[in-house]
Structures are given as C-alpha cells and as structure tokens.
Write a new protein. Structure first.
Length: 370
C-alpha cells in the first residue's frame, strides 16, 4: 500500500497518470477512492458489540453507532436539526485560516481529517486556505464508517475537480493510526494539519492515551485542530456545574433530546434481543477525567428485558474543557497552543490550534581520553 507521495513520484518518473498507476482508473477520472487500512474489520466490530451486550453492563463506544448504516443515518438526521446545524455552521473556519496562514506560508501541506464523518468542515477549511493563497494542499479523509465516508467521497469528488486538490479517503480506526502511518507520511517535507471536528476528541474514553499512542509518531512542526465543548464554569463545585451546563441543566429542547437518545441507543435497540423498555439518564462525571479542569457529561441507559432482568450501559460520554488548563496539559504532551477560539451560543464551544514541538537535539557527551 504505497503512500500518496510515493504514487505521485512513481507516476512522475514513469510519466503515467497517478490514478491509473495506483488504482487502475481511466485517465479521465480523478475521483477520490476509498482505501481500506490494515486491521479494519467491520464484522469483528459487530461480534465485539454482541459480546458486550450479553453482559450485565458495559460502555457502548461511539464506533458501534457510526459503523452501523442506520446509526450513520440517525447521526446525519440529528445534524439537520436547526440548533445543531447552526452550531456546525458557526465553527470559525475563517479564523482558523488566519491562524494557520502565516504559519504555513506557501509550504506543501496535507490536511488529515481524523474522524471526518461527511467532511463538510474539512473541505471548507481547505477551500479557505486555497482562497488565501495558492499552495500545494492535499486532503486525506479518515473515518471508520463506510456510510459516512462514502458521502464524504462523493462530495470530495466535485470539490477535488473544482479546486484541483488531490483527495485520499481511508476507511479505518484512528486508534490504530500508527499501523498505517506510512500512508500519511510524505517522502519529502510537507506540513501536516490533523483535524478533529465534531467533538471527536472530547468523546474519547482516554484522550491522553490517544495523544501518546495514536499521535506519538507525528513530526515536530505539524498541527492539530481540536473542536471541543467548553467547560461552563471554572468552578469545581458539582452543583454549580449542573446549574450552568446545558446538557446537565436540561435546557435543551425535547426534540433534540429525543433525537440524541435515539442515536445513542441505536446499537442496543437494534442488536439486543428481548428489550421491553429503556430509560436514559444524564450524570456529571468529574472523577475519571484526566485533563485538569475538565469534566464529563455521561448518558446512562437502564434497559429492562422482557424476562424482567435489568442491564445498565454507558451510551454517551462527552468531556468539557477549560482552555487554559487544556493548554498546560497539551504542552506537557508536546503540543504548543497557538490560539483557542470560543464560538457558539454563550461561547459554550471552542476550537484550539496546537503545534507539535520539534524534538530536542541530542547532546553528545564527550568521553574523557584515557
């Protein structure tokens, strides 16, 4: 599985079309193609889910919601609700371009959309970067859902034609990024901009281990854009947090809650036999959050079976962050904050742009002569 860079260089050396050389495409076609990454196995994921649901309790990870075509459909339906649609549109893409523009100058760059979904924001970001200054930019889409990535590829086809941007789509688990990092590693210097829109980082069970394991191979000088819910208060008092956080104070409309809970309960509704009734409750979690100043909103489902037995599952998990404390922790992980921007109603959301530290040069110790 050669990288895009290797394909381009081979095609240039042999004077062949890269699409034809890599994928056997007709010379007239420049449509993005989906490449399956090593280790991707949707059937194994379903087997894992069924085993989890057989237990009396477990965490139903988000991956099981997006891999399922019906789950992907429910997620897209939820995004069409006016409140959430306007929030997605509020992401300050233009401000991100103002931050990245002076950093990138005219360097060749790859935008790597981690957990891209349908990739609307990622394509908008690349389009705005191109508007600011013509530069060599490639777009790499990565998602675990074939349904969502398929939509992204169809939209990226036209985007690629309009802007002349090469697009590569990868179907895979971003927790296993090091297994196929060669697909994302250019043969000559290119700046890489990793994006995680849609609160993907905040939904991770352990975001610190994600940084250390999945992004440990990232080069110094690369960038990471995180789209996150912001903490509603600096206070650590549980009562104050419950009062101020919209997800805990039940200030969201019934339509939004019903749609969200249907999506969160999707794997249980579709794959568990004998379900009589279910109820979702929302709780505050301060004890399991690793980054100082953060807390989590947890959705738990109590499922009653026709047999009378009851099971409890964690079906949703979303952390909130204080930008100053997040900055301090990310610095310790090797990521320097360039800028954090709040957006959305009451500034309840933020995007933060980080830059990877360059590795420190090794100091050679001179041996004493004998």
């Amino acid at each position: 599985m050669p990288s895009m860079e290797t394909l381009e260089r081979l095609a240039y050396a042999t004077k062949l079309n890269p699409g034809w050389l890599g994928f056997g495409l007709p010379l007239s076609s420049i449509a993005p193609q989906i490449t399956i990454t090593p280790g991707y196995d949707a059937t194994a994921m379903v087997e894992d889910l069924l085993m989890l649901l057989n237990g009396s309790s477990c965490v139903v990870d988000d991956v099981y919601k997006y891999v399922d075509p019906l789950g992907a459909y429910e997620w897209r339906s939820m995004l069409r609700q006016p409140g959430l649609a306007s929030l997605v549109a509020d992401v300050p893409i233009v401000d991100l371009v103002h931050i990245l523009g002076p950093e990138l100058v005219d360097e060749p760059s790859d935008v790597i959309a981690v957990g891209c979904g349908t990739a609307e924001r990622e394509m908008k970001l690349v389009g705005k970067l191109l508007d600011r200054s013509r530069r060599d930019i490639r777009l790499i889409l990565l998602d675990i859902s074939l349904s969502l990535l398929g939509v992204a590829v169809q939209d990226a086809d036209q985007f690629s034609r309009n802007h002349g941007v090469p697009v590569l789509a990868l179907l895979g688990d971003f927790h296993r990024l090091p297994d196929y990092s060669h697909l994302l590693t250019p043969d000559h210097p290119r700046r890489r901009i990793f994006t995680m829109f849609g609160y993907t980082f905040a939904n991770l069970d352990n975001e610190v281990q994600f940084l250390r394991r999945s992004l440990s191979w990232v080069n110094g000088g690369d960038y990471l854009i995180l789209d996150l819910p912001a903490a509603s208060t600096d206070s650590a008092d549980p009562a104050e947090i419950r009062k101020r956080d919209p997800g805990l104070a039940h200030r969201r409309g019934a339509e939004w809650r019903n749609s969200a809970f249907q999506f969160l309960m999707g794997p249980i509704r579709r794959y568990m036999d004998g379900v009589l009734d279910w109820k979702v409750t929302t709780e505050l979690d301060q004890s399991s959050c690793l980054i100082p100043g953060s807390y989590a909103v947890v959705h738990k489902a109590l499922v009653t079976l026709k047999s009378g037995a009851k099971k409890q599952f964690v079906v949703g998990y979303s952390k909130r962050y204080q930008i100053d404390k997040l900055e301090k922790h990310m610095e310790s992980e090797g990521w320097h904050l360039l800028q954090g921007l709040h957006y959305g109603p009451e500034n309840k959301f933020l995007v933060a742009v980080f830059k990877r530290h360059a590795p420190k040069p090794k100091v050679k110790v001179k041996r004493k002569s004998i």
